[in-house]
Write a protein that binds this ligand. Structure first.
Ligand SMILES: *Cc1c(COP(=O)(O)O)cnc(C)c1O
Length: 224
């Protein structure tokens, strides 16, 4: 299937859930991204700052760029002028840096807090205690140039669908709890970024508002 057909398929599949498709274009050439663009796809996701910046410079300026990978503090400055949403924020130190760089460009940058929901050791993210510490921090209230608009989570990479479902359900419950307890100008819980090629159907059923899909749209990635 072509990129255009894949995007049409996802638009149809997502419509009843009112969820948004973030087309994950990492490692793919600009020509592939342009094909997606020509089908009306405006939300693209990348996980490396250098690649994200190069693609931003080369491609149409109305693309909404989502930084979905782990973000190092010393690289925030490169994406601060244009990034639409940062999905993987997992510390107050990183938020402080995003706030500082956003200020230089006179913008407010929307961020998702990455929550650890998987049973694997390698995945990044906050646990529940760290999350509540962050949300209660007096520092957060002082940051004028960031806004927390929801959570991002990655489920365990497993065939066990029930495990994946329960991890997404846990994240949705936490999302609802925080939406209830922390509503403010700084914290506006609107987006729940969960689901990728292998588990987006379960994520949609469990309340995802944004799925981050790469290989099912652009084909398998070749890292060589
Ligand atoms: C690569 C990536 C995706 C997309 O993965 P696919 O399995 O190709 O859909 C989603 N989220 C993050 C954080 C990624 O790094």
């Amino acid at each position: 299937m072509s990129i255009a057909e894949n995007i049409a398929h996802f638009n149809k599949e997502l419509a009843p859930f009112k969820a948004r498709l973030i087309a994950v274009s990492k490692t793919k050439p600009n020509s592939d991204l342009l094909q997606a663009y020509e089908c009306g796809q405006r939300d693209l996701g990348e996980n490396k700052v250098q690649e994200l910046t190069a693609k931003y410079e080369a491609l149409p300026k109305d693309i909404r760029w989502h930084m979905i990978g782990h973000l190092q503090r010393n690289k925030v400055k490169y994406i601060a002028p244009f990034v639409h949403l940062i999905h993987g924020v997992d510390s107050l130190r990183l938020l402080r840096e995003i706030n500082k760089q956003a200020q230089k460009h006179d913008r407010v940058i929307d961020c998702l807090l990455q929550i650890f929901i998987a049973s694997e050791e390698t995945k990044f993210g906050l646990d529940k205690d760290e999350l509540f510490d962050l949300l209660k921090s007096p520092d957060l209230a002082e940051m004028e140039n960031i806004r927390i608009v929801g959570f991002m989570g990655m489920a365990t990479n497993t065939e066990n669908q029930e495990q994946v479902r329960s991890e997404f359900r846990y994240l949705k419950n936490l999302f609802d709890e925080v939406a209830e307890a922390f509503r403010s100008e700084k914290v506006q819980m609107k987006e729940l970024s969960m689901g990728m090629t292998g588990d987006y159907k379960i994520a949609l059923e469990e309340g995802s508002t944004m799925v981050r899909v790469g290989s099912a749209i652009f084909g398998e990635r070749n890292y060589h």
